[in-house]
Design a protein around this ligand. Structure first.
Ligand code: PPY
Length: 500
């Protein structure tokens, strides 16, 4: 064991503010990152901005807490900062930031939030712009992102009547685990860009309401923090980005299993990150510090928050790796990001436990089809091969789900459950944990009413004959702009948010 920790003064740290000697402070510890600069996945520019200073605030949202200790050799851990000696980095508070905080203070109370769209409208007005850009961005022209929601508009109900719906129950079982609704909180990265407690907001609300959370590989909170925050018996799944270094992947997977994770969702639609231009533009505007400009380092304008940290993901991942995953874990394995029936059939034949039909929230391939459209062809192909229905091979859908009616359409068409991502993170970005709780309550209210209205007392009663999805693959509709809707529908608009 090392002896007592060395105390270093802020004045001393401040001297090491160059490319030749670069120290930074993170969570009260001083690190010499000079040699690490060229290796930093996010580029050296961003570190140099904090050379000789406390980088904690910038570091926190986009790194798991142990990133620095895990990547720097022990001799570069110089000691603890002498408290009170660090000159605080005085951040220039822009007028935009003042306006944003004002909007945050004046946002409407939660009981005025009536649906999941409302959270998005409020988040857009009150979130820090980097967080908004990262969460809301999608690939290229964002056509797939919009299609994800629009595709649900092409499915209509065929309700049944006189079915005794005095009591309705929308609880279900997902991969053998109880869930209070056929919805799980899907993985989304960098949770602290929206709120200081990051993904913990989701864990806590999910625990209270019996909803399953999928923990992302790239959470801002550490994996263990999120598992520790779960209640006794609370179910969590894990989303996995496969590292080029399989030893790291093996360690992550086996640790997850040991900590009680009940399903491993391997992301298969991101061999390279898509271009999310809203996110990329954020870096454009970052001119950096004087030190950086001296180094002449070229800013990589193709990197937003996401691309900057994606280099560890293995684009060589292939079907050949599947038996290896099956050999290292007993958790159910589900492929997340399947986009056609051929791959769904291959997954079933490979002995996997399911697929998520998903285009990654429209963030990867633009013009990828929506999960709900893919569901129709997948179920039909699996049925033809006697692979559906099969409790040991479950089908999930995500992308664009904003209403319980969307969920019920997916269930009718054969999905076990659907993943919801952005609405939950918008909810906590604006309102913290209570926002997530309100989001879940709204879905509960919508389930109750809509189950009654379609005549389905339980989830098992939500069957294919309850929907007409015959237009699902028709991508071009000749319906002109819906003027009636635009003229009459009152979306939530508060004058204080509108006027800043
Ligand atoms: C995404 O942004 O869509 C993600 O899936 C998260 C992510 C973040 C950073 C690198 C790779 C993936």
């Amino acid at each position: 064991m090392a002896g007592p920790e060395v105390l270093i003064s802020g004045e001393e740290v401040a001297k090491h503010n160059t490319r030749e000697s670069c120290w930074i402070i993170v969570h009260g510890k001083v690190y010499d990152v000079t040699d690490f600069l060229p290796e930093h996945p996010g580029g050296m520019k961003i570190i140099l901005k904090y050379a000789g200073k406390d980088a904690t605030e910038e570091y926190d949202p986009i790194h798991p807490p142990d990133a620095i200790t895990a990547n720097l050799p022990p001799e570069k851990h110089l000691g603890a900062i002498d408290p009170g000696t660090v000159t605080q980095v005085v951040k220039e508070v822009t007028q935009e930031e003042v306006d944003r905080q004002r909007r945050h203070e004046r946002k409407p109370p939660l009981d005025e939030i009536l649906n999941l769209h409302d959270f998005e409208a409020i988040a857009r007005a009150v979130m820090p712009e980097k967080g908004w850009a990262y969460y809301s961005s999608a690939a290229d022209d964002e056509i797939t992102h919009r299609e994800n929601h629009l595709a649900y508009h092409r499915i209509w109900f065929r309700p049944r009547i006189l079915r005794d719906v005095a009591k309705v129950d929308w609880s279900t079982t997902i991969l053998g685990q109880k869930s209070s609704m056929p919805v799980y909180i899907t993985a989304t990265a960098l949770g602290k860009l929206g709120h200081p407690d990051g993904e913990l907001n989701l864990t806590r609300a999910a625990g209270k309401f019996g909803v399953i959370q999928m923990i992302p590989t790239l959470a801002s909170c550490s994996f263990d923090e999120l598992v520790d925050a779960a209640l006794e018996g609370q179910t969590q799944f894990m989303q996995l980005y496969v590292n080029k270094d399989r030893a790291i992947t093996k360690r992550i997977v086996q640790h997850a299993e040991a900590r009680g994770i009940k399903g491993l969702f391997i992301t298969v639609d991101a061999p390279q990150l898509g271009r999310r231009e809203k996110d990329m533009r954020m870096k454009f505007e970052d001119t950096g510090s004087a030190v950086q400009n001296e180094t002449g380092e070229k800013v990589n304008k193709n990197e937003g928050a996401a691309r900057a940290i994606s280099s560890f993901i293995d684009p060589g991942l292939s079907w050949k790796d599947i038996p290896w995953f099956q050999s290292i874990t007993k958790m159910p394995i589900i492929l997340k990001g399947v986009q056609c029936w051929e791959d769904a059939v291959m997954a079933a034949e490979a002995g996997l436990q399911g697929v998520v039909l998903s285009n990654h929230g429209g963030r990867q391939l633009d013009f990828a089809r929506s999960g709900i459209e893919i569901l129709v062809e997948v179920v039909s192909a699996l049925r033809e091969r006697n692979l559906f229905p099969n409790p040991n091979f479950q089908i999930f859908v995500d992308g664009g789900v904003r209403r319980a009616t969307d969920v019920l359409k997916a269930i009718a068409l054969g999905a076990t459950a659907v993943g919801v991502g952005r609405p939950f993170i918008y909810a906590y970005s604006a309102y913290g944990q209570e926002g997530v709780e309100r989001c879940i309550s709204i879905l509960n209210d919508e389930f109750e009413m809509n189950m009654r209205l379609i005549g389905a007392p339980t989830i098992k009663d939500v069957v294919p004959a309850m929907v007409d999805a015959s237009s699902i693959a028709v991508h071009v509709s000749n319906v002109p702009e819906d003027r009636l809707y635009h003229a009459n529908y009152e979306s939530m608009q508060r004058s204080e948010l509108r006027n800043g």
